[in-house]
Design a protein around this ligand. Structure first.
Ligand SMILES: NC(=O)c1ccc[n+]([C@@H]2O[C@H](COP(=O)([O-])OP(=O)(O)OC[C@H]3O[C@@H](n4cnc5c(N)ncnc54)[C@H](OP(=O)(O)O)[C@@H]3O)[C@@H](O)[C@H]2O)c1
Length: 321
């Protein structure tokens, strides 16, 4: 396999950091595009990696920045927008990948690997999933002789520094033994970010994987309530999860939407109205990757250092919980 130079839009984030490390470990060069260099601090010292500022509204900057790349990976994404009318999601999830596809054609970059999400669909219940679905449709229309577009659709991802297990762990540390939870019965298939990075590498390096669309999920399907109880046990703060009914879920979303940092929003609630589970084949299996269970990874970064936590981390790693 020859050495490639891969551009990563949104490469300063959670997935971007893991992917950049995986690519560099595989002998490739990386060019990370960011709105501000300071956002990409985590990868400043990574060898064979350059960090370039790019104004995501300026087509010319993509055209120029993509020169000499073998492939571009688009990881730009937001979980919440400023208002609640879809505008912010469209700007981040549709306009940016389309500019990236155009720039790939202008700069003769033959491959665009785009990160979407399970359940992305133009008719999905949330603006988040609708914008992701819209982008898939438009990017597939751009795919052809000059540009191959590959799409990955993961369920929720976990790993050190994620915004999912870490956020719940932070809330659980404040919980008084009970934890009221919206859509506690929503079914998810959490997938390890390291497995997703490996899937990306295989899509970039294997001819037969390029141009495909893969749903990605972990080895277990769990309800959100089960995941939260599990995280409570891992951090040594077991809780009783109380599933909220539709009215209370929506009340919780309406309130938390106005809390700084928007920990939960009406749009998040709409996304959770559908199970995030691979409907058919799991792309990890198709790409020859064995999915990593949460119990193998999560206790290592959430488990904490005291004896009780270490004991629990051992139990969960051994599959006894
Ligand atoms: N994490 C998950 O569980 C999950 C699940 C399914 C799908 N996904 C998708 O996977 C991708 C990567 O997710 P992630 O968890 O790594 O996200 P992340 O940590 O939030 O990183 C996303 C990156 O996007 C860039 N970005 C954010 N808003 C932007 C905007 N308005 N304009 C331009 N750039 C913007 C930021 O880069 P700069 O600030 O450096 O510009 C940021 O580093 C996203 O597309 C996400 O939707 C994630």
């Amino acid at each position: 396999m020859s050495r490639m130079t891969i551009g990563i839009l949104g490469g300063s984030g959670f997935v971007g950091g893991v992917l950049a490390n995986r690519l560099v470990a595989g002998g490739h060069r990386v060019r990370i595009f960011t709105r501000a260099r300071s956002h990409a601090r985590e990868v400043w010292l990574l060898p064979d990696t350059e960090v370039i500022e790019l104004d995501p509204r300026e087509q010319e900057q993509y055209n120029h920045g993509f020169a000499g790349l073998d492939a571009v990976v688009n990881l730009v994404g937001i979980l919440n927008e400023r208002g609640d009318d879809g505008t912010g999601f469209r700007q981040a999830h549709v306009d940016i990948p389309l500019r990236a596809a155009k720039a790939c054609k202008t700069a003769d970059v033959p491959h665009l690997l785009h990160m979407s999400a399970l359940n992305a669909d133009s008719f999905a219940p949330s603006y988040y999933l609708r914008s992701k679905g819209e982008a898939e449709k438009l990017l597939l229309a751009e795919s052809g002789k000059r540009l191959t577009v590959t799409i990955l659709r993961p369920s929720v991802m976990f790993g050190p520094h994620d915004d999912f297990t870490n956020r719940f762990a932070a809330l659980l540390r404040l919980a008084p033994g009970v934890f009221p939870l919206a859509r506690a019965d929503a079914r998810l298939q959490p997938v390890f970010v390291g497995d997703v990075a490996e899937a990306m590498l295989r899509c970039l390096t294997r001819r037969e994987a390029a141009g495909q669309r893969y749903d990605l999920g972990g080895p277990e399907v769990m309800t959100l309530g089960e995941i939260v109880s599990y995280l409570g046990r891992v951090i040594g703060r077991p809780v009783r999860v109380i599933g909220l009914n539709g009215f209370l879920s929506s009340l919780q979303a309406n309130i938390l939407e106005h809390v700084p940092g928007k920990p939960f929003s009406r749009d998040n609630l709409r996304s959770l109205s559908e199970d995030s589970v691979c409907p058919q084949a799991n792309g990890l299996d198709q790409l020859g990757i064995e999915p990593t269970p949460m119990r193998v990874v999560v206790p290592r970064y959430l488990g904490g250092g005291d004896l009780r936590h270490r004991y629990y981390a051992h139990r969960t790693s051994a599959g006894r919980d």
